[in-house]
Design a protein around this ligand. Sequence first.
Ligand SMILES: CC(C)(COP(=O)(O)OP(=O)(O)OC[C@H]1O[C@@H](n2cnc3c(N)ncnc32)[C@H](O)[C@@H]1OP(=O)(O)O)[C@@H](O)C(=O)NCCC(=O)NCCS
Length: 154
Amino acid sequence: MTSREDPGPAFRRMREADLPRVMEIERAAFSHPWSEEMVRRELGHEFSTVLLATEGSEGAVQGFAVVWLVHDELHVLNVAVAPGARRRGLARAILDRVEGQGREQGARVAMLEVRRGNGPAIALYRSRGYREVGIRPRYYAEDGEDALVMDKDL
Ligand SMILES: CC(C)(COP(=O)(O)OP(=O)(O)OC[C@H]1O[C@@H](n2cnc3c(N)ncnc32)[C@H](O)[C@@H]1OP(=O)(O)O)[C@@H](O)C(=O)NCCC(=O)NCCS
């Protein structure tokens, strides 16, 4: 429930100036994080959105998602929440927001790949209605882990 003390997250698109904080969250979240250059490149693609979640409208960035809108498909490339802000519903709120925006822009399905061993992320996606529709063997080149392919009708 949203109380007077906790207005819930606010959302805005990432700007270049957000790179240091986004990289801090990215590096804390993944054993094989995206490079700064990879994240910066997203800002230049008109089909890509990096959506940030902040604590209130002026607060610190606590999580983000990277999504691509390709025809009627919303591709969820990355979701990460700062360690100190987890299990408070932030990833759920970020997913709801990017899916809603995607739907408004014509997306009919959301798709993603997730490491087969990433229990928290798989639990998150299942809880938001994503189904497991396939496996990409040894998808992650860094260590050969399989990817689970999940999708959700929007
Ligand atoms: C996965 C991640 C984004 C979840 O962020 P979060 O803000 O803590 O998630 P939420 O609080 O919105 O959780 C929503 C639901 O997801 C599931 N979930 C989230 N974290 C979980 C965990 N550690 N263990 C089990 N289930 C979990 C639960 O069903 C949870 O609902 P509940 O808290 O009511 O039980 C976060 O743990 C993270 O940044 N991990 C590292 C990066 C990563 O793996 N990203 C996904 C890459 S595909």
